[in-house]
Design a protein around this ligand. Sequence first.
Ligand code: 5GP
Ligand code: MN
Length: 341
Amino acid sequence: MDKLIDKKQIELFNSVVEEAQKIVIVPHVNPDGDAIGAALGLWQALKNMKKHVEVVVPNDFPEFLQWINGSSGVLDFEKDKVKAQDIFDGADTLIVVDFNDFERAEHMSGTLLGFKGTRVMIDHHPQPVAKCELMFSYPEISSTCELIFRILSQAGKQQFIDVNSAEAIFTGMMTDTGNFSYNANTPDTYHIIGELLKKGIDKDKVHSNVYHTFSENRWRLIGHSLKEKMVILPEYNTGYISLSNEELAKFDFQPGDTEGLVNYPLMVKDIVFSVLFTEKDDLVKLSLRSKGEFSANQFAREHFNGGGHNNAAGGKTTLKIDEAVEKFRSLLPQYLSSLKS
Ligand code: 5GP
Ligand code: MN
């Protein structure tokens, strides 16, 4: 395995961990498989080093991740603000995972900005914004979970990755690559999976826990989205789906239920850009995906107050959902040449 991580950063990581008395780990808002996998994989490894460590999430995470060891001890800032604030007040070390701008913690960003101790960032998104004493920013690595594995290994701490930590790490590597269908072309990724298998993970169980535990409502929502709501614009090689508050309520929407939905339009021949619009109270959230050169990140940054990776980004707007869709459609002509190339 290539030693990609900067040696000085590894040395600093080792001294930060050694000195830390109370560590708090934080993933981004609406945490996904990589964010939760990274938080809990690292949490378990640090616990195995006999460290005092807690995970605080900005808001709830999907049920299909709640089997991961340590989930039940995770504190939800939205639900238990007083207790969460206590943890921050008592901690001397903050580790943020899978994001690089404190704004991505939304209602928790003030707490992160005001944190007085040592701050560590472990992330794989481009263009970091947050300033931390130690910043692992590696956009070339496909998941934060893979990055965590690499850091612990290079730091000489691989023995602290037990089977629980390994399962959490595998979860994020799997979900951030669409079950190894994209951003998963380097031999090292599979070398690491080999190492995780040696730790005793049941890869098929992890896959089944994440991908084969849909509620009936979730499938019905997918059916409704594909049959009634998917719009394909062949002239722009683009597709989109929009879901209103009412539609989501009709299918008893739970966090995570729309995960993966944005990928369906991309499965249509020649489609290179896909957007999912979901209404959340008076905000509309956008999930953007692209194939090849077209930058979903740039589109989200320039027009929808967001960002992410080249081929997977997110954004938001206070427009009504129909207005958001209209704005999106009206922007497409200016991208015609890049969408068609
Ligand atoms: P998703 O569509 O799965 O919510 O997010 C796709 C990618 O875009 C993820 O890497 C996520 O971290 C990033 N992302 C999602 N929403 C936002 C946002 O509002 N701002 C920024 N900067 N990145 C986002
Ligand atoms: Mn990630």
